[in-house]
Design a protein around this ligand. Structure first.
Ligand SMILES: NC(=O)C1=CN([C@@H]2O[C@H](COP(=O)(O)OP(=O)(O)OC[C@H]3O[C@@H](n4cnc5c(N)ncnc54)[C@H](OP(=O)(O)O)[C@@H]3O)[C@@H](O)[C@H]2O)[C@@H](O)CC1
Ligand SMILES: Nc1ncnc2c1ncn2[C@@H]1O[C@H](COP(=O)(O)OP(=O)(O)O)[C@@H](O)[C@H]1O
Length: 490
């Protein structure tokens, strides 16, 4: 599991580690990692300018500049020489760094203006450097985090320094994993994490992200469905039945796509509940689905999925599903009918617009602060909330927020959310906790989209078809990290 920590937790861990190490040791480790990254990124003939702030972030930059000045032309643009890190300045002078006032003429800029100690926004010379960078478009490497972003909240103010890549120290920071800040921290992948020895001193993280190596969570869900619960027999009912009460005459496709997601997951059977004509069409398309038109005869399920393309019936369906006292995925139209308190284990799956309506705020506000709003909703309903987006978030009131790092921008296609809801319902029916069901579903859904897309357009139906092979590869340990996310935006 990849983890991110808050600034205060990083500082506490740093203090504990520093008490056991030589003075300056951590900064030297950080600077060495930074210099190594620049060396890998830009050949020796490329001159580099380091932007140096007044804190330890500037200190990291100065020591890295000193190291690289032995090999190439290196300049330092310093916010305030009298305030800059003393040892770092001496090292940079001694190594022959040039001191300049502008970034012009340097194809690589290393941003050490502020790190985790920065207040959001930029001031002083950094404002001018931002304008130069915007005009010249050099390659920008941020030190620890892009200067000026809200490190814990992952929000971006009007003025900050977007980076092409970030080299971070000790652990990830929220702003490196969660949008909107994360999309300005690295263009083609994650930030580079440099180990400075903080690990043993870090507490429970603020965020977690599943990786391809995290098969254990998947197996926790699959094991009882494959080996039987408490050593008992295995049949379709022990694997779990997922009920899908989705779609409407207006949105018939949502029923198909939700069922397509549900049948690709871990459950042993899918029941569909819907209008006569729709039920018939679902079975025509998916003969393995057991369809019902009368709720009274729908048979037992271990989890419901309600609301995807649900139209006017969504409210009544939700009420009925909640009455069954089994876990429920509440999607799309059903979200508008949530009761004050949800008494069963639930996974709410809004996109930003739906979450805005649930909380009575504007969509823009959710998009500017997805982490804050998903946490608010999880607290408000005391349940698990999955906020869909480029980096889907899954929040439970008492756990670190999970951020999903699989997927491709091609997944932003109509009906993809219906597939996700069905898939999450299938994991719930197999016995997963809503937090695990949501994060497993988001991971597999994104990886399936990446596989099905191959770098080009993809339909929601094709995503559903790719789920099975992705689960197999993940379970078998043959899923490559490079195959689950397409980071390219252009
Ligand atoms: N923790 C660790 O484990 C390790 C940490 N390490 C490194 O230390 C970094 C943290 O260093 P830090 O605490 O000195 O804070 P830092 O980010 O340099 O910023 C504070 C300075 O910036 C100024 N300033 C503030 N806001 C501003 C703004 N908007 N625009 C402009 N200026 C602004 C502020 O001035 P003030 O406003 O207080 O006058 C103050 O002087 C961390 O990110 C990592 O790189 C590594 O060496 C290894 C281990
Ligand atoms: N920029 C993006 N990059 C990757 N995935 C995205 C992006 N935007 C949206 N998604 C994903 O696409 C899906 C869209 O779901 P949703 O908005 O509910 O669409 P629909 O209602 O049409 O099914 C979600 O799984 C979401 O996480």
């Amino acid at each position: 599991m990849l983890r991110a920590h808050t600034v205060s937790d990083v500082r506490a861990a740093e203090a504990a580690l520093m008490a056991r190490t030589e003075p300056g040791a951590l900064m030297h480790r950080a600077a060495a990692g930074l210099a190594g990254f620049v060396r890998e990124t830009a050949p020796p003939q490329v001159p580099v300018v380091f932007l140096v702030g007044t804190g330890d972030n500037g200190g990291d930059a100065l020591y890295a500049a000193a190291e690289l000045a032995r090999e190439r032309v290196v300049a330092c643009a310093v916010v305030d020489q009298s305030q800059a890190h003393r040892g770092g300045m001496e090292a940079a002078y001694a190594a022959g760094c040039r001191f300049v006032g502008s970034t012009h003429g340097y194809p690589v800029v290393v941003d050490g203006v502020v790190g985790i100690g920065g207040r959001p926004g930029l001031r002083g010379p950094a404002e001018g450097w931002r304008a130069e960078i915007e005009a010249d478009r050099p390659y920008v490497v941020a030190v620890d985090v892009p200067s000026g972003v809200d490190v814990d909240g992952a929000r971006v103010p009007e003025a900050f320094l977007p980076a092409d890549a970030t080299v971070t120290f000790g652990t990830f920071k929220n702003a490196l994993l969660v949008d909107p800040a994360a999309q300005w921290a690295s263009r083609d992948g994650l930030a580079r994490l440099v180990d400075i020895g903080l690990g043993p001193y870090l507490p429970r993280p603020s965020l977690e992200a599943l990786e391809v190596t995290d098969t254990e969570m998947l197996m926790r869900v699959l094991r009882p469905t494959l080996a039987g619960r408490s050593g008992g027999p295995v049949h379709k009912y022990t694997r779990g039945v997922v009920g899908v009460a989705a779609g409407s005459s207006r949105y018939a496709g949502a029923a198909m796509l939700c069922v397509a997601g549900a049948r690709a997951g871990a459950a042993g059977m899918v029941r569909f509940l819907g209008e006569d004509d729709l039920a018939r069409r679902v079975v025509d398309r998916y003969p393995e689905v057991v369809a019902h038109t009368d709720p009274a005869e729908a048979g037992r399920v271990q989890a419901w999925v309600v609301g995807s393309g649900g139209g006017e019936a969504a409210g009544a369906r939700l009420e009925r599903a909640l009455g069954d006292r089994v876990p429920v995925v509440v999607d799309a139209d059903a979200l508008a009918h949530l009761p004050e308190t949800v008494e069963v284990p639930a996974l709410l799956t809004p996109h930003a617009g739906e979450l805005a309506t649930m909380l009575g705020v504007d969509r823009d506000a959710v998009e500017a602060d997805p982490l804050g709003h998903v946490r608010t909703a999880a607290q408000r309903w005391r349940t698990t909330v999955l906020l869909k987006g480029a980096r889907t978030l899954v929040a439970h009131p008492d756990a670190p927020v999970r951020v999903n790092l699989t997927g491709t921008p091609w997944l932003a296609t109509a009906g993809a959310g219906d597939v996700l809801a069905g898939l999450a319902g299938s994991f719930l029916a197999a016995g997963a906790h809503p937090l695990d069901a949501g994060s497993l579903a988001a991971f597999v859904h994104g990886a399936a989209a990446t596989a099905a897309s191959g770098g080009g357009p993809v339909t929601a139906g094709a995503v559903a078809e790719a789920i099975g092979p992705v689960v197999t590869a993940w379970r078998n340990g043959t899923l490559a990290a490079s195959a689950v996310r397409d980071w390219r935006t252009a």
